[in-house]
Write a protein that binds this ligand. Structure first.
Ligand SMILES: [Zn+2]
Length: 96
């Protein structure tokens, strides 16, 4: 049985959407949740639409708020990170 990664449920982001992309819990399968618990983040797909080159997109669960997100790696090795949409918005609201 082949499993469709959660990101494939969102092949095209709506106009005006941007990374990190909030992923509803219902879009993340129990297998993906398990793999995320083990590996921290899993490759969810490759985005060729919103970048000049093919860019790997990762699915992960925020350690601070528990929200699932899809994001690309920011920064440069070894200081790369994945951002959480909910925490990013919270920081903006609080003016940090
Ligand atoms: Zn968060």
């Amino acid at each position: 049985m082949s499993h469709q990664p959660a990101f494939e449920a969102y092949p095209e982001m709506n106009a005006g959407e941007y990374y990190p992309l909030r992923m509803p819990h219902s879009a993340v399968s129990s297998l993906e949740r398990l793999r995320i618990r083990i590996f921290g983040a899993i490759k969810a797909g490759t985005d060729t639409l919103h970048f000049s080159g093919a860019t790997d997109i990762y699915l992960f669960k925020c350690r601070d708020c528990g929200q699932y997100n899809c994001d690309y790696l920011h920064g440069f090795f070894p200081n790369q990170r994945l951002d959480c949409r909910a925490c990013e918005e919270k920081e903006k609201r609080e003016g940090n």
